[in-house]
Write a protein that binds this ligand. Structure first.
Ligand SMILES: [Zn+2]
Length: 148
């Protein structure tokens, strides 16, 4: 069990679980609040867990591009530069151990020890995401706003 911000706890309750993708979506939402306040749009290429966080965190218009197995977000404020955020694979990729355990869980083949190991890996990845600096978690690029 890990301790998390109350807002993330509420998002996890709504989402059904606390997972790395929800944590990434929450971190993107925090950055979007700082960067755009409540004015702007987000284009996201990500998994639905991250979208659940973003949709609950702001009134932004969110357009979802086809998922390409990564976390790529474009924050388009009503005024100001377009901010492109990409989460490095080191944070976005769950790793072979986690994927293998997830497959065993989905087939109801996991032992109690494997279920516990799975939760430990999830908690470890969520903790890494929550404790990373913005500079480590996001590769950022500012571009001219195509709408100005
Ligand atoms: Zn999830």
């Amino acid at each position: 069990m890990i301790l998390v911000d109350l807002e993330l706890k509420m998002l996890a309750d709504q989402h059904g679980h606390l997972c790395p993708n929800l944590a990434i979506g929450w971190r993107v939402g925090l950055l979007a609040r700082q960067y755009m306040a409540n004015n702007g749009a987000i284009t996201a290429e990500c998994l639905s867990c991250a979208l659940d966080a973003l949709r609950a965190m702001g009134p932004w218009k969110i357009k979802v591009d086809p998922i390409k197995g990564r976390h790529l977000y474009r924050l388009l404020p009503d005024k100001g530069q377009l901010l492109v955020l990409e989460v490095p694979l080191d944070f976005a990729w769950p790793g072979e151990d986690l994927i293998n355990l997830e497959e065993r869980l989905s087939r109801c083949e996991a032992t109690p020890e494997e279920m516990a190991a799975y939760q430990v890996l999830i908690d470890k990845q969520v903790s890494r995401i929550l404790t990373a600096s913005d500079a480590d978690l996001f590769a950022c690029e500012k571009l001219n706003n195509p709408h100005l």
